[in-house]
Design a protein around this ligand. Sequence first.
Ligand SMILES: [Zn+2]
Length: 97
Amino acid sequence: MASKAFLIETAKKRIEALMQLSADAAMHGSKYSSRYTELAEQIRKHYRLKKDRRFLFCKFCLMPLVPGKTCTVKIASSKSFVIYKCIKCGHELKLHY
Ligand SMILES: [Zn+2]
């Protein structure tokens, strides 16, 4: 049986590969981008890993947030937030900086 560290490392690699696929699919307008994100989230939740801030996605429609393609980016400097707005569903993701 594989060790826990090996399983977690493998899960992280799979999540990274799936999120790259998801971003590429979103760039080319493929319908599978949300599915790749869904699979990555299932793996992340199974192994109880933290969210990786390198890979942003809309939590309602699971669309990867690619600036200029699937989301708009706005800086609210007075509140110290970067706001990513999903083009598909309009949900806003606010990240503190
Ligand atoms: Zn959305």
